[in-house]
Design a protein around this ligand. Sequence first.
Ligand SMILES: [Zn+2]
Ligand SMILES: [Zn+2]
Length: 270
Amino acid sequence: MEKIVEYLNGLDFNILVVILMTIFFSLERLLNSPHKFDKRVPHLLNNLVLGIAFILMNLVAAAVQVSILQWGDSKQLGLFYHVEMPFWLKIVIGIMVLDMSSYWMHRLSHRSPLLWRLHRVHHSDTTMDSSSYFRGHPFEAWTFGLINVFAALIIGADATVLTFYYVFLLPFLIIEHANMVLPDWMDRTFGRIFTTPNLHKVHHHRTQFYTDSNYADIFILWDKLFGTYKYVPVKDISYGLEEFDEPKKQTFWYLLISPFITIKRVSNAD
Ligand SMILES: [Zn+2]
Ligand SMILES: [Zn+2]
């Protein structure tokens, strides 16, 4: 276990991102992707440039997270410092609690008009592939990063637990957006507990009734537990936000400054 911890702590997340993106981009090509792109290169470039800005901001946010957790460690703050339990159990509880904190921040990002200004960048993508996860406004690194570190302080999770969480989370985030339809049996088995690609795609439906559902990154259990679980077959989903459909609103610069522009939400009620 010590070896795994040592390895994960030294892991370069940027290399992990590149490896995962290469795997899923190749799979999308090989597995006859259901969604055909008119303009794949501009789509990819916009998402990658936003992704780079997001990753850079994440590096700063991660450094702040580590400093806060070191402070928590010096004060012995949180449950794990006061209750004896094996390391693996701390990892399991840590991943679950951190995922639940992201669930609530994600739900709040749909509810709060201010947070929605940042989060709608992710939902503005009218086509979906492995790069879509990286289409997020860089400032979102702070909203999700801060709620995660707050949750970590409550349970007493240190930087190692946080690292396990992010390593476990990243493949979910990329595969959930991949341009491939996975078989229904995956939803019937794996999808009882985990968020499958088909379930996350419901969250990208352009009709707000469905956009406001399936918020969980890893455990779809949170949506089932807190009443936000919905299901639509992928073939019936169209992606994006009507207010971002114009080509100029799909460019990197527009998306970057869009939180500072008042754009009326079109809810597309069913
Ligand atoms: Zn969302
Ligand atoms: Zn998404």
